[in-house]
Design a protein around this ligand. Structure first.
Ligand code: PKZ
Length: 160
């Protein structure tokens, strides 16, 4: 089933108390503030790393790329969790996913300066766990591939 891209990003629905993540928190003025949305059965986000996100001159630091995979993966997992329950992301109670596992493979150097396209696809939704594969495209080439295992915080670990 095809879905239209919505105006609000997945991360825009995160409650204020969990919107300070360095990668995706809309309230973290020093962070990436990644914005992920559905694009058909895949999800997509865009980000252009800053000149100081350098690994070696001209190429993006791998930790930054891992952050993009991480936060696009957890955002996609949250959206998939709601979708699996047949409800919208502004419905209650909120689903709070964190990264349980992050795997990142750097296939080729990622050029610094180009806008990066981060894409995701849901592999599995099972109970409190969602597995998302994600990849980063620069200049039409896939430079990074990764996988995120996101798990909903157990009740005992939720602050609100
Ligand atoms: C409106 C929208 C609201 C949304 C609102 C969301 C806001 C949400 C804040 C956003 C923020 C973003 C976040 C950014 C990404 C971080 O940066 S998050 C920070 C880094 N991550 C952490 O600090 C997590 C630390 N770890 C933990 O808290 C706990 O280990 C976890 C992840 C909650 C899991 O613990 P647990 O609940 O006891 O796990 P458990 O019941 O044993 O396992 C559940 C399932 O997960 C699997 N699993 C658990 N750990 C692993 C692992 N390491 N590897 C593979 N599988 C695992 C288990 O195998 C099990 O799977 P099944 O057997 O059911 O198939």
């Amino acid at each position: 089933m095809q879905r239209r891209m919505s105006d609000l990003a997945f991360q825009d629905y995160y409650p204020d108390d969990v919107s300070h993540c360095y990668g995706c928190g809309r309230l973290n003025e020093h962070g990436i503030q990644l914005k992920s949305r559905w694009d058909g059965e895949e999800s997509v986000a865009y980000y252009t790393p800053k000149p100081y996100h350098t690994a070696v001159p001209g190429y993006v630091y791998g930790g930054m790329l891992a952050s993009l995979i991480d936060c696009h993966g957890t955002g996609t997992a949250a959206a998939a969790g709601y979708r699996a329950e047949g409800r919208t992301m502004d419905s209650q109670p909120p689903l709070r996913y964190v990264t349980a596992a992050l795997n990142v493979n750097y296939l080729r150097p990622t050029p610094l300066g180009d806008p990066l396209e981060v894409r995701g696809r849901v592999k599995e939704v099972k109970g409190r766990k969602v597995v998302v594969e994600a990849w980063i495209i620069a200049g039409g080439e896939v430079c990074v591939r990764g996988e995120v295992v996101a798990v909903q915080l157990p009740e005992a670990m939720r602050q609100s």
